[in-house]
Ligand binder design. Sequence first.
Ligand code: GLA
Ligand code: ZN
Length: 687
Amino acid sequence: MRAPRTSKILYGGDYNPEQWSAEIWDVDYAAFELARIDTLTLGVFTWSLLQPDEETYDFTALDAAVQRAVTEGKQIVLATATGGMPPWLGKTYPEVNRTDFEGRRHVYGQRHNHCPSSPVFRRLSAALADRIAQRYTGTPGLVAWHVGNEYGGPDGSCYCQNCAAGYREWLAQRYGSLEALNEAWNTTFWSHRYSAWDQIEVPNALSEHWRGPNHTAFQGNTLDFRRFMSEALLRNFRDEKERIRAHDADTPVTTNFMGAFRPIDYHRWSEHLDFATWDNYPPGRDKHVRMAFTHDLMRGLKGGEPFWVMEQTPTITASRDVNPVKRPGVLGLWSWQGIAHGADAMLYFQMRASRGACEKYHGAVLDHAGRTDSRPFREVAALGEQLEQLGDAVVGARTPAKVALIVDWDNWWTTEITDGFNRHVSYLATVLGYYDAVWNAGAQVDVVPMTADLTTYDVVLAPQLHLLKGDIADRLHAVAQRGGTVLTSFWAGRVDESANAFLMDAPGPLAPTLGIRVEEIDSAGPGETNPVTLALEEGSVDAAAALVMELIVPTGAEVIGTYGADFYAGTPAVTKNTVGAGQAWYVGAGLDAIGLRAILRQVLAGHGLIGPYAGTPDLEHAVRERVGARNEGDGEIERVHFLLNHGGVPVRVPAHVGGQNLLTGAEIHAGESLVLDPTDVVVILEA
Ligand code: GLA
Ligand code: ZN
């Protein structure tokens, strides 16, 4: 199953009418008409209304909200209401509350914080989902089921006795014997050989950790616990999805992810979702490259199928220390960016601001006064009009990308809980550095899991590929062999799935592909750099390395970059090996953006993948394509191009294709000059 194929990009968002009286509903729906809002997510935080005590279910409030949405002809995304627990649940069954990293059992409060292993939580959440599905299956306009909300909570972990028991069971299944577990965790180290399963404690501040969640004596244990927690939470999602499927075989089921969220391995979840959705709250103003990356990561969860933006704020967030407003035009620009990267729905949190509690000042389509003449509302309405104008032109359309970027949660976790390297290195920052370099060259990227089929890509980037799983080394080799380019970076090829070192030179199984041996890893503190000179086709490029400097011995690879300082001055920092018809690059240093962008320009140029507007800073170009509906059934590919000006100055560029401007209806001729002011968007249906 996949995202619903609707007649246009869905537009609307989280709506909590149960918090308001009926007169306000009239005001809201009148405003929704003005803004062309067609989709409402209902019921996300209604558990305590729907089930006031364990024995009583009362659907009056949700019935009324759903009924009104149906009457108004809206499409409905219906939640299972389990994102926030009711107080009676936490009081009667303390086990549903999490035990934190320090071992403290919490009492009732907040949300997104149930213990995933609690049998009571599992029973009652599934029962609620069952009742909701039974009651509302077949509701006119029901487009999707929204299970729970933002699974994970602050750190996605519970360390209670139920979780400990679940963890031991999970380990017993994974390893089959204590012998195998002792081997995998290398427990002879520090006298840790386990002789009974119940000796295994959850890894937290009371057991294996000392300076917080990233400092563990046993990486194998902590890594397995992360895997277990991710699966335990997934089990909760699946409990509810199964209940929905018992009543409704057809409507897609999803939950809203949080983008690059470390605690949960979304790749392990993805097969259980019918389509992916995420909540886009960029942590700052100039975050367009990071957002592009996250959209691509989310699109990659379902093999490139369209995803939804389930939430974004029309104006400000409330949870940050500083909550700046979106500048004029930015809401539209960022929404179009999501659509350009594969979103088929653009939804808000939320339709009307809460009256009280911590999100009362969180941005909303309607403020406390319900104004429809404010700047934010006018921008929401303007986007609504544009989306109506666009119609179904890109619904279901996919993203043609020849570049793959491998992101892997096991690597994210492992590299950040490992001692001996450099604690200032962030996996996400490394990956984003490579993404930025490709983005700057204007090439489209699929962000994919390590298990993805790599056979269709010309370029495969696998930065910081420290932990190797399955046959990834062979598959990367094959990419180069057939004429593609592969690239990996420092710390690559060092450990197996249990985070145990390979008993060979680094980069282990990747060495034959890369044609190098890494002898030492030097680390530097923040702010310290070592100059790196790159000998590229465009000439010599002066870059710099920070945080990590590996000492490389080529065993066949050509030296492309050399260090400029310290006892290893003049030795390789960057290498390129010829493999079959292709190449394998190794970037052994924490290279800066100048260096990465220069390298990626050369790599992408070699495959003809430099984007048409790569010379214009901050002008993003993205394409979606699908088998067209224009000339019935002739199988012709329809291609829609998006140009987005993220920069602070107007740009003038020649159109690289001709076609129709889908936002104005105007004809565009190839070569004609296009002017985009800051935040401007041009959408061209290629002729
Ligand atoms: C999350 C939640 C919403 C709301 C927003 C606020 O995405 O799902 O309920 O709290 O954050 O930004
Ligand atoms: Zn627990």
